[in-house]
Design a protein around this ligand. Structure first.
Ligand SMILES: Cc1ncc(COP(=O)(O)O)c(C=O)c1O
Length: 405
């Protein structure tokens, strides 16, 4: 008879079913490989990671230092300090025109955590969530962790990778519970126009769907565009939408780990309860830094946005000039998602997938990009342009040489 004493480590530490299909983040994995090569002395240009390269603005860092000195180093309310929830509500109300109370805001450990909370709070086993592809790497995995099923809906480069309402309608089943939208988009940089979002909103209303609107890049938009918040598009959306955002991208604060959800109060209360059991509050010092970010001078955001737009011009101009390379119009965020199918079709060196192409690019030219397969769009690759113009220019030279070889 097997006793506890005779069980092997592998028996007792076998992974839970939910872990078996869980993929690690492809973008973080690629960034780790690039860092390892750089540590070994290789001149690597890492354009894999979605992280602004600017330092966090000085007044935000100063607020964090002041918070430490003032002893703001203890537990806070699980859903965030009242002043920050108030600041998030006020900032959102000012920019969207939708009145929001602090009780509708839950501050979490980054927007990724906010998304996880929203899925865990809303989704049951077997529920379906429509996710337009290409999609940000973590959506599918986070949805699966909640027990629900991501329904990945392919979009076409000819449509600028935007989900069309008829495609959404055709994907609906009796189990469809939620639509997930990300505009400006990671990984494509595409920004939906208000009328395009409005048409999707009509389907969401007709089909009684909950909507997660990932608006983490909403302030990084180019050419004078505006990226409207999803609930502003039609009456009735406020009651069915969870807006997800944070300071990571807007204020170059990725390491501080502050994001939030804005949603109807009963759901916010549930998310706060979940968080109180799972992680308690996000870092107290980071919350004070985020408060300074939202309530302090905003010129730093405009400055970073201008720099991203200039880099967008450089990257889009150079990529579109390469024969066979196609990409959609980049209206925001800091990604170029380009089509390498004509290069793959040539089959040079036996390379037939975007993952193999990225491997070879890293090996031969020491440029790190992320394969489109990680975003549900094989035949493409993602390049982050959150890097200096010098780095981008050198990276583009190497990419062009690799494609031309
Ligand atoms: C679309 C999108 N949503 C959410 C996140 C998560 O942001 P955070 O770093 O605040 O967790 C990212 C980060 O890359 C993102 O690109």
């Amino acid at each position: 008879m097997a006793t506890t004493a005779t069980r092997t480590t592998t028996d007792c530490l076998h992974l839970a079913r939910r872990m078996r299909a869980l993929e690690p983040s492809a973008t973080l994995a690629m960034a780790a490989r690039a860092q390892a090569l750089a540590a070994a002395g290789v001149d690597v240009i890492d354009l894999s990671v979605g992280e602004p390269d600017f330092p966090t603005p000085a007044h935000i860092c100063a607020a964090a230092e002041a918070a430490i000195r003032a002893g703001k180093t203890k537990y806070t309310p699980a859903a965030g300090i009242p002043a920050l929830r108030q600041a998030v509500a006020a900032d959102y109300a000012r920019r969207s025109g939708i009145a929001v109370t602090p009780a509708q805001v839950v501050v979490s450990n980054g927007a990724k955590h906010s998304l996880h909370n929203a899925f865990m709070a809303l989704l049951d086993e077997g529920d379906e969530v429509v996710v337009p592809a290409p999609y940000w790497v973590s959506y599918g995995e986070l949805i699966k962790l909640s027990g629900a099923k991501p329904v990945l809906l392919e979009t076409r480069i000819e449509d600028d990778f935007k989900l069309r309402p008829e495609a959404l309608r055709a994907a609906l089943t009796p189990r469809t519970r939620m639509l997930l939208l990300c505009s400006p988009s990671n990984p494509t940089g595409v920004v939906y126009a208000p009328e395009e979002l409005g048409a999707l909103a009509d389907v969401a209303l007709e089909a009684d769907l909950a909507v997660i609107a990932d608006e983490i890049y909403d302030q990084l938009v180019f050419d004078g565009r505006r990226s409207p918040s999803f609930p502003t598009l039609r009456p009735g959306l406020v009651d069915r939408t969870v807006v997800v955002a944070g300071v990571s991208k807007t204020y170059s604060m990725t390491g501080w780990r502050i994001g939030w959800t804005i949603c109807p109060e009963p759901l916010a209360k549930a998310i706060g309860n979940l968080q109180s059991q799972e992680t308690s509050n996000p870092s107290s010092v980071s919350q004070h830094a985020a408060l300074a970010a939202l309530t302090g001078p905003q010129e730093c955001v405009a400055e970073m946005c201008r720099a991203f737009q200039k880099r967008r011009d450089l990257v889009a101009g150079r990529l579109t000039a390469i024969p066979g390379v196609r990409l959609p119009e980049i209206g925001g965020a800091f990604y170029a998602f380009f089509d390498i199918r004509s290069a793959l079709a040539r089959g040079r060196g036996g390379i037939s997938t975007s993952a193999a192409w990225c491997e070879a690019l890293l090996e031969k030219e020491h440029v790190a990009l992320v394969a489109g397969s990680a975003f549900g769009a094989e035949g493409h690759v993602r390049m982050s342009f959150a890097a200096s113009e010098e780095k981008l220019a050198a990276g583009l030279d190497r990419i062009a040489r690799f494609l031309d070889a």
